[in-house]
Design a protein around this ligand. Structure first.
Ligand SMILES: NC(=O)C1=CN([C@@H]2O[C@H](COP(=O)(O)OP(=O)(O)OC[C@H]3O[C@@H](n4cnc5c(N)ncnc54)[C@H](O)[C@@H]3O)[C@@H](O)[C@H]2O)C=CC1
Ligand SMILES: O=C(O)CCC(=O)C(=O)O
Length: 394
């Protein structure tokens, strides 16, 4: 049996992906893997018993990736699982930035008496807005969320300009050729009535939008941050709002200072919070975890290479090791000493880490620990697992 520990609200549909014959959920003091959303894993200790951490969602800045990699813990996310939810919220926020819908509703609910329609017609002009049609929007980051926001806002008749110097081939293909791309962030900022950010929080992206960038924006522009706190320098934004340089800031990552400012609209980290996105993310995370735990195959990892080798032999050895020369030679020498014949093998690396998967014929279960211990004597080996093929192992 393997145990999955969860943090945060994980949709039942995701947990149902773990068959009760093989898995328990939150039953062990030494779980085998974690299924999380925004839990701050920088402050949540986890040990080497944790083979993998699956993050139902996109951002992984809540997970100490270097530590996890050094421990041989594979970290997964669920790319795109909540991108539509974020896109729809951005459309809502753009509309709320242009039309004072919330104050208008509050006012309308307070109207009373026989002449409600008279009061309505007299007072409604206080709540006149503007239209999105023809306005320009700069989309920073053209990944799963940004590419959808670009399309949706173009469909609303906005003039869209994108910026993403690191765009993946997959996302570049998805992006309509009608969406012009800025060469620099400055170029985008200068041309946009609205600027919306859809990039991961990384050291490189810390305060990407600071005082200098805000100065480059159009006077009266609206800024949206539905990516992460820390990507936008909130103090610089507050100064720019007070000075009238930008007109509104809309963010999913509130602070008391932001919430106290009337030109800021704070939502409580709601971007991915729809029934559909929560189910998508939980299912995808659970399926990815299961594939890794049961077959050793890796996809959607943010710290390990992708590996997809059909599990056809009775036994599979998986080795996580440092990416140094001659590892495969040293590993196979040990296996040869046991007279083990290799059916199939794959070795992949990602930066400092490498992953070797070796399929072979059945050996007595009593030998597993001995072989595992011997392989672990190679100093660069971090983790060795021996997996039984549930179909072929006799
Ligand atoms: N508010 C919420 O609930 C949610 C927030 N997010 C946040 O949004 C971020 C983006 O999500 P996805 O689009 O799904 O991720 P993604 O990985 O599909 O796309 C991110 C894009 O940003 C680009 N990028 C990175 N640094 C950049 C920079 N300095 N300038 C321009 N482009 C840059 C990358 O090349 C990539 O194309 C996540 O990392 C997460 O922090 C995502 C989902 C929900
Ligand atoms: O609702 C959640 O779990 C957080 C969504 C999010 O921020 C992300 O996917 O990066």
């Amino acid at each position: 049996m393997m145990d999955i520990k969860t943090y945060n609200v994980i949709a039942e549909e995701g947990l149902a992906e773990f068959p009760k014959k093989i898995y328990t959920i939150n039953q062990s003091q030494r779980p085998d893997a974690l299924l999380i959303r925004s839990q701050d894993m920088h402050k949540t200790p986890f040990g080497t018993n944790i083979l993998a951490i699956a993050r139902a969602g996109a951002g992984v800045n809540n997970i100490p990736l270097v530590t996890a990699t050094d421990m041989g813990t594979v970290v997964f996310n669920t790319p795109g699982s909540n991108a539509n939810a974020v896109k729809e919220l951005i459309v809502a926020m753009l509309l709320l930035a242009s039309r004072p819908v919330v104050p208008a509703i509050n006012w309308a609910h307070k109207l009373g008496g026989a002449d409600v329609s008279l009061q309505t017609e007299k007072g409604k002009d206080h709540f006149a807005g503007t239209e999105l049609l023809g306005k320009s929007i700069g989309v920073v980051g053209l990944g799963s969320v940004g590419s959808r926001v670009a399309k949706a806002t173009a469909d609303l008749g906005m003039k869209v300009i994108g910026y993403d110097p690191y765009i993946s081939v997959e996302h570049a293909w998805q992006l309509s050729s009608d969406i012009p791309r800025a060469e620099t962030l400055e170029e985008l900022l200068e041309q946009s009535d609205f600027v919306t950010i859809h990039i991961p929080y990384t050291d490189r992206n810390h305060n990407l939008i600071g005082a200098k960038q805000i100065e480059q924006m159009r006077d009266g522009a609206v800024l949206l941050n539905y990516s992460r706190g820390g990507i936008v320098d909130d103090a610089a934004v507050l100064r720019a709002l007070d000075a009238g340089k930008i007109s509104q800031f809309m963010t999913d990552f509130g602070t008391p200072a932001l919430a106290a400012n009337k030109k800021v609209i704070v939502t409580p980290h709601l971007g991915g919070t729809t029934e559909e996105a929560e189910v998508n993310g939980a299912r995808m995370a659970a399926q990815t975890l299961r594939r890794y735990l049961e077959t050793g195959n890796i996809n959607n990892s943010v710290n390990f290479p992708s590996v997809d080798m059909p599990f056809e032999a009775p036994l599979r050895l998986t080795l996580i090791h440092r990416n140094v020369p001659n590892m495969v030679g040293r590993i196979t020498t040990i296996l040869a000493n046991y007279n083990l014949n290799i059916d199939n093998m794959i070795n992949r690396s990602r930066e400092q880490i490498a992953y070797t998967v070796i399929d072979m014929a059945a050996i007595p279960t009593e030998q597993f620990e001995e072989i595992r211990t011997e392989l672990m004597t190679i100093p660069e080996v971090i983790r060795v697992r021996i997996l039984k093929n549930p179909i072929t192992f006799q």
